[in-house]
Design a protein around this ligand. Structure first.
Ligand code: BG6
Length: 254
């Protein structure tokens, strides 16, 4: 029975891969909206992909979120990974410290034996502050490391939920509603067609800088199907790690 279930999940992954134009889709059993262990399984499966892809001395850029925290939790000491450097992909986005990209990259490093670098940038950057920060030598230095990353690992969120979690202003939440935002990733908000509606002002990797990097997206739960779909419309990732509930829902999308 276990074998046929695994077969079923890998077939689901193959169908989704063709459907979304994502080269590799890994599907784990269950629905992470409902059960916490499913998120841990997402973490485990994602960690396997990272191990398969990362090469010695690579820079790995990670985003924040509870799913990425689950991935970091599954990291283990590994010879190749111990030679890598983990960095946050982008600066502060208004998350709690436990699930900030900085914290998560330090956790990956602690568990794998890798090095890490932090990016200290406030969440709400004014235009002026933004322009002077990027000129700071220490910031410039880490930005170069981030841009040199070979692998990028990130979560995808539902637009409204992410805006609320980050305590965005009502006016902004209304704008997202009016513009019919459905997805959030990397601090960018997207509509169902994958069009960028808004971008949070913080430094680090910009979406148009992903070319040539190996992008691993990890997101599950039936409630995230619209968001995953929208993000993949914007730009299909190299790898998607998701769960059964999201996968089945995604296959219903045109
Ligand atoms: C955030 C990332 O920290 O986590 C977002 O900055 C992402 O880009 C989100 O959408 C996903 O969060 P979670 O908790 O659903 O994994």
């Amino acid at each position: 029975e276990v074998v046929s279930e695994l077969l079923g999940l890998s077939q689901l992954g193959d169908r989704l891969s063709a459907h979304l134009g994502v080269a590799t889709v890994i599907v784990v059993a269950g629905n992470s909206d409902e059960e916490e262990w499913v998120k841990q399984e997402l973490g485990r499966a994602c960690m396997k992909e990272i191990q398969a892809i990362a090469k010695a001395n690579d820079v790995l850029a990670v985003m924040g979120g509870t799913t990425l925290a689950a991935v970091a939790n599954m990291a283990e000491r590994n010879e190749t990974l111990a030679s890598t450097i983990f960095v946050p992909a982008r600066g502060g986005l208004g998350e709690k410290v436990e699930i900030q990209a900085n914290t998560i990259s330090a956790e990956f490093a602690r568990r794998t034996g890798a090095a890490y670098r932090l990016l200290h940038v406030p969440d709400q950057l004014s235009e002026d502050a933004y322009h002077s920060l990027v000129l700071e030598p220490t910031v410039k230095d880490i930005l170069e490391v981030i841009k040199s990353s070979a692998v990028v690992i990130h979560g995808i969120g539902d637009a409204q939920r992410m805006a609320t979690r980050r305590h965005s202003k009502d006016l902004f939440i209304e704008t997202l509603e009016r513009e019919e935002a459905v997805a959030e990733a990397f601090g960018y908000y997207f509509d169902a067609a994958g069009k960028i509606i808004y971008k949070q002002r913080t430094i680090g990797l910009q979406l148009n800088e992903l070319e040539g990097k190996h992008v691993i997206s990890v997101a599950g739960g039936k409630s995230k199907a619209n968001a995953i779909h929208a993000f993949m419309k914007h730009r299909p990732s190299d790898v998607l790690v998701t769960d059964e509930a999201a996968a089945k829902e995604l296959l219903q999308h045109k």
